[in-house]
Design a protein around this ligand. Structure first.
Ligand code: GN1
Ligand code: MG
Length: 361
């Protein structure tokens, strides 16, 4: 078995850097993330077959990968101690358990990626789209709870693993720059899409401007709170564990609610090619609000509360503008499965933002 560019022997060697005494059985790639490479590894540890997640963190995107690892270990340790204090009924599955490298490091440096290992969470899966309000509610409650649990993370401040990550103004400026530069000659064909995003800039800047006016506070946020980043129990449909902690850093509470709306207020995936199907479902939105507020109601300030519906528009436009900029640049950032993938994503996001504005405002 080989994974295009990563031979099985390399995976075996990386895994051994963490658990040298375990017997590596096999590995399979897990597709879905747009940035990192993820493999499920089966191994025998003290005679028992167990599954792990071996991941290569993309060092081009996460230039401060040491900061990423410092953050994720601190966050997981904090969630672990909360789980213990609160007498969780599922402490082995309710947060990620990272495993240190055999030399004591937080991971292992490779040429293109920084490798890390954590325990696989069984009987749970990440999903690209939610079908029912109950799923949406459960996922939104999990992210609300995640923010609440991290609100008292001991200092120091978490590393900003990617600077200006939710700087929406900058993201829009980048789209304009990419259009102007037109690196691969795609601009003419997507003129209407570019204009579509730019015409909604004032909607896109609503969170950032409220923050700049001092109306909403900085908080520890997940910053990539899409549905596929919370594992759902396959039997009960309950939210088990928030994953993908690489962008968990100081941000806005509403960045997460916005991503929940982006990924779940419509029951189609982010790369739905038929934009006529991209329609916000009021029942899904109500479930998201109800789930999120079930955990966040006690800490949100009034200005955050009143901007909740706007946050979906903001994050959907921001993410869509990033897909379109990457398309214009020649697809260097997000992993794509086919040449027009980023354009399809950008168009679906624009349609979704418009539907949110029509339905929820
Ligand atoms: C990326 O890696 P993944 O798929 O969890 C991206 C997010 C986007 C998301 C869109 C570090 O997340 O910001 O919202 O794609 N992560 C990074 O699906 O850029
Ligand atoms: Mg992610």
């Amino acid at each position: 078995m080989a994974f295009n560019d990563i031979p099985a022997a390399r995976l075996r060697e990386r895994f051994a850097a963490f658990l040298p005494n375990a017997e590596f059985i096999s590995a399979e790639e897990c597709y879905g993330g747009h940035i990192n490479r993820t493999f499920f590894v089966d191994a025998r540890v003290y005679g028992e077959k167990r599954r792990f997640v071996l991941q290569s963190v993309n060092k081009n995107v996460f230039k401060n990968y040491a900061g990423v690892m410092d953050n994720v270990f601190r966050i997981s340790a904090h969630l672990g101690s909360k789980s213990l204090d609160m007498g969780s009924d599922d402490p082995t599955r309710d947060h990620i358990h990272f495993i240190r490298a055999a030399d004591g490091g937080l991971g292992v440096d490779g040429e293109v990626g920084y490798w890390r290992l954590y325990r696989y969470i069984d009987r749970a899966e990440g999903r690209l789209s939610a079908k029912t309000p109950a799923e949406a509610r459960a996922a939104a409650a999990a992210f609300g709870r995640f923010q609440w649990l991290l609100a008292d993370l001991p200092s120091p401040r978490l590393w900003e693993t990617i600077s200006a990550f939710h700087d929406t103004r900058q993201r829009f400026a980048n789209l304009e720059k990419s259009a102007e530069f037109d690196a691969v000659g795609r601009r003419a064909a997507v003129k209407d899409d570019i204009e579509g995003f730019l015409s909604l800039k004032s909607e896109a800047l609503k969170l950032q401007e409220a923050f700049e006016r001092g109306e909403i506070p900085e908080r520890i946020a997940h910053n990539d709170a899409k549905y596929s980043n919370v594992l759902m129990d396959v039997a009960t449909n309950r939210a088990v564990c928030v994953i993908d902690l690489d962008t968990c850093m100081p941000g806005l509470s509403l960045h997460d609610f916005g991503d929940l709306m982006r990924s779940m207020s419509c029951d189609r995936p982010e790369d739905e090619p038929d934009t006529s199907k991209i329609v916000v479902r009021r029942d899904m939105y109500d479930a998201l609000l109800d789930g999120f507020l079930s955990q966040a109601d006690n800490f949100l300030v009034p200005a955050e509360r009143s901007l909740l519906p706007n946050s979906g528009v903001v994050i959907t436009l921001e993410t869509g503008s990033r897909f379109l900029a990457d398309y214009l640049d020649g697809d260097h950032y997000f992993h794509i499965d086919y040449p027009e993938h980023n354009l399809v994503r950008a168009r679906s996001q624009l349609a979704l933002a418009r539907s949110m504005l029509d339905t929820l405002m």
